[in-house]
Design a protein around this ligand. Sequence first.
Ligand code: HEM
Length: 498
Amino acid sequence: MDFSLFTDASSILFLVLFGLITYTLLKQCRRPSGMPPGPRLWPVVGNMLSITGKQNLIEAFRELRQQYGDIYSLKLGSSWIVVINGYENLKDALVKQGDMFSDRPDNFFFTRLLQHQGIIGSSGLLWKESRFFTQKTLKDFGFGKRSLQDKILEEVTILLKTIENTKGEIFTLKPLIQGVFSNIVTSIVFNRRFDYDDPQMMKIRDMLHEHLTDSEFSGILDAIPVLESFPGDLFHAKRLLDVERKLDAFVQKCLDEHKQTFDENNLVDYADAYFSEMKKRQNEKDSVYSERQLVRICRDFLLAGTDTTATNTRWAILHLICKPEIQERMFLEIQDVIGLERPPDMNDRLNMPYCDAVCNETMRVSNVGPLSAPRSSRVDVKFHGYKIPAETVIYPSLDSVLFDENIYPDPEDFIPDRFLEGSKISTSMTKLNVPFSLGKRSCPGEVLARQELFLTIVSLVRKFKFLPPDGSGPPAKKRMFGVIFFPAEYKLRAKLRN
Ligand code: HEM
């Protein structure tokens, strides 16, 4: 037998394999041409090491901006990511080139959890039509009108009573505040509210909170999708999918009950308006209106409209406990403009620049969605001289504006005066306050959220003085990060004002 032939063949095979592996590894270490700069790439792990070992992803992104400038790229797992920093760059991407960057990426969060449905998760025609219909309908049902203000004030009145019942004892704000904002959403969507201690709704609120705070795992799953099938649910994929199913089931149940009272001639809420539109378009071949899409939109409202505003309010009260002089200055303005007899009204805001500044500073410093929601494009895009390939994940860093030391010195500090110009609200500063993102895909709940925050915070400060739980000093301002930034649970006391 001629062994030399065999040896030659296996050597060639070895060399070919070696060459292929080396080529693949070297290729993994190269940025596609035209991509924005970024840290050196390593085989297999890409830029994973550049974001590990930091306090959170935002800290890592801030450091990378220092090194690579306002627009940089990273390879995390199988995805290419471009992070855009700075107000002008964000405006260029989200407003001027907004149509190019208006899709959501294909990853665990958007594909598996949100299934590219609803408003938050959809792209293309489904997103355009659903978003347009939703904005129009919400306007018709009172976004920015008195009927909505009445709904907010109804909830706030119950909140004030509940806090009064704590009789100056120690309590936690989170469950009460979440109840206020989930009820505002359910009343807009299904014309229904739930008691704060309704067991079913308490579970739903816990799930909503978990979805936004526990979802740091979904970031890992976004980068390395194969981890979803690891045994033991190490990365919480099954848990997050289970939360999705339960939220859907809850919304479906509410909608089924709601259908019993549907009256074509008397549309009272968002679900009614959607059912009516769905009926009108039932014979259209390409209609995007379906009961499934309605379930997902309602679920989006609950997810996007509960913990965001609740978290802002919790940050506001935490900062006010730490700076009692701000509470007192607000109270003087409230006393002066509204008095103590009637409830606050959105029309008062114009005459209450300091309270308005407190709300603006709350939204800025809360920095609830530091990376907004990721975007992508189905085609290659030219941006600021770079060539960004199709399917790249775009992170618009709102954090880079809201915590920009050049605009807001000592950005972690709560300083409402930043938003004042003399005795007026500064329009040049409010323009740069972008917690709701920018452009056509910015938050459709902005008007509602601004009203909720103003009416809630003003009503709370008018009635109570917020204090630390005991004489030991204010609670720690500990920032936690999931999908949103939120404060660690804290305790407080509320003293009724005379
Ligand atoms: C302080 C409170 C809130 C903040 C800071 C906030 C912030 C955001 C941000 C940053 C986005 C991503 C926008 C983008 O992709 O560029 C977003 C999207 C969204 N928000 Fe809000 N939001 C708040 C409250 C609300 C409320 C009250 C609702 C509705 C009840 C709501 C509904 C939505 C929806 C449906 C989207 C998806 C928009 C789309 O994909 O077209 N949000 N929000």
